[in-house]
Design a protein around this ligand. Structure first.
Ligand SMILES: O=C(O)Cc1cc(O)ccc1O
Ligand SMILES: [Fe+2]
Length: 430
């Protein structure tokens, strides 16, 4: 997934932000939408080296104006102004903006950071191997077929360490980072922490948004926290810019924010906290009822992408075909299964698997799921116990990259899951 959601930052990591232990057995996909408005977040996938996870504290809320200072440095956040002539504790003031200065105040996003050194203290960035990252779509071959992938394999540690950035690969996307309108879906599979490497994404934000049945207090933003830089140390800051990777060295840790305030912040959200709503009478509401976050486009009601989840829930609709129906949409749908079973698919869509149904590509329940949905007794039923599926519903025409088209875990038999659908048409007697 490409950039709109988590963060975008300036040259250094805004906060040290723990994401996921790489030992998670499921695939974690990143979505990244390039917005006309420059939203930002920070996803710093670098595991905590100097800090213990238990020490991490969070501020709760969504869209708030926050203030934070490292508890060991009371008074480190300047009061009453952003730019004192000399900042408390000799810190440097640095602004990180997420929207144009000229955006109306109601949607303006920015944060002020008070850090040990400003982000600009680094050696020049040099291009590095961008691996399987793709940022331009015009030369990628279109494919209107249903595409599906088995779980992307986690690289074996005996073949060498692979960190979050080295393990990133672009699955599909559309649009252009240079004109800041588009999105891409990336996957990552890694076996090592980033240690003294940090990352920022100038092409957009890794996974964010605005609306949903998610409660604001479940969004957690890290409290200011920094690490000391031992003398003679070397840190690497990696940048993603126009779809390519760059690397710069510096002698101090970029995780040096002692205090900050603002509303342009990274956050994490536990999907299990999403309160599901659904039909309590009949028929199948639109899947947009499960939207957690939206990356809005310039057209009201039409997103660059909605981040939708399918958590466990009760199905009670009467005289209704309850699983997802057959359809072809004017939107692209990228789906993944994190755990359990998805109610429109059987064994072919296992945890870690993903699929792409681009614009107007027909899809729907596989033959067996259709049969169950058509014939099962309609009592109240728990759907997807222990399951979690997600979908990016995008108004853009997503194209699969050459890597994703040719990767060995591509499920070339996907179309067969509908082969057993037969005609039940009852001809009229003539
Ligand atoms: O394709 C899918 O499985 C996702 C989906 C689910 C649903 O309940 C209705 C429409 C839809 O695209
Ligand atoms: Fe769909």
């Amino acid at each position: 997934m490409e950039e709109r959601t988590l963060n975008r930052k300036t040259n250094q990591s805004l906060f040290r932000f723990w994401r996921h232990p790489y030992s998670l057995s499921y695939l974690l996909l990143l979505f990244h939408a390039i917005l006309p408005v420059n939203y930002q977040c920070v996803v710093i996938p670098s595991p905590i080296s100097g800090l213990q996870m238990a020490q991490l504290k969070y501020l709760s809320g969504f869209g708030n104006e926050f203030s934070s200072e490292d508890p060991q440095y009371p008074g480190s956040l300047p009061q009453g102004q952003n730019n004192p002539q000399i900042c408390p504790y000799g810190l440097y003031a640095e602004q990180l903006s997420g929207t144009a200065f000229t955006c109306p105040r109601s949607i303006n996003q920015r944060s002020w950071l008070y850090r040990i050194l400003p982000s600009v203290c680094h050696k020049p960035f040099q291009p590095i191997n961008s691996g399987n990252l793709v940022g331009s779509w015009n030369e990628v071959h279109p494919n209107p077929n249903q595409l599906r992938w088995k779980p992307f394999p986690i690289p074996p540690i005996q073949n060498g360490p692979v960190d979050f950035i080295q393990g990133l690969a672009t699955v599909c996307g559309a649009g252009d980072a240079t004109v800041r309108n588009g999105c891409a879906i990336h996957t990552y599979c890694c076996n090592s922490s980033m240690d003294s490497r940090g990352f920022y994404n100038a092409d957009g934000d890794f996974l964010i948004g605005a609306n949903g049945l998610a409660n604001p207090r479940d969004f957690l933003t890290p409290v200011a926290c920094f690490e000391e830089s031992p003398s003679n140390s070397t840190f690497t800051v990696l940048a993603k810019f126009h779809g390519r990777l760059f690397s710069a060295k510096q002698s101090t840790s970029p995780f040096n924010v002692v205090a900050w305030h603002g509303n342009y912040v990274p956050y994490k959200y536990p999907l299990q906290r999403f309160q599901v709503m659904n039909s309590v009478s009949f028929d199948h509401p639109d899947p947009s009822i499960f939207t957690v976050l939206s990356a809005k486009s310039a057209f009201p009601g039409t997103s660059i992408a909605d981040f939708v989840i399918f958590p466990p829930r009760w199905a009670v609709a009467e005289h209704t075909f309850r699983p997802p129906y057959f359809h072809r949409n004017c939107m692209s749908e990228f789906m993944g299964l994190l755990s359990g079973k998805y109610d429109a698919k059987g064994a072919g869509f296992m945890p870690g698997a993903s699929s792409l149904h681009t614009i107007m590509t027909p899809h729907g329940p596989d033959a067996e799921s259709w049969s169950q949905g058509a014939h099962s007794q309609l009592k109240p039923e728990k759907v997807g116990d222990g399951a979690m599926a997600f979908m990016f519903e995008s108004s853009l025409s997503l194209t699969a990259t050459p890597w994703a088209s040719n990767v060995s875990c591509r499920d070339l038999t996907y179309h067969k899951c509908w082969e057993d659908l037969t005609s039940h048409f009852q001809h009229r007697e003539r």
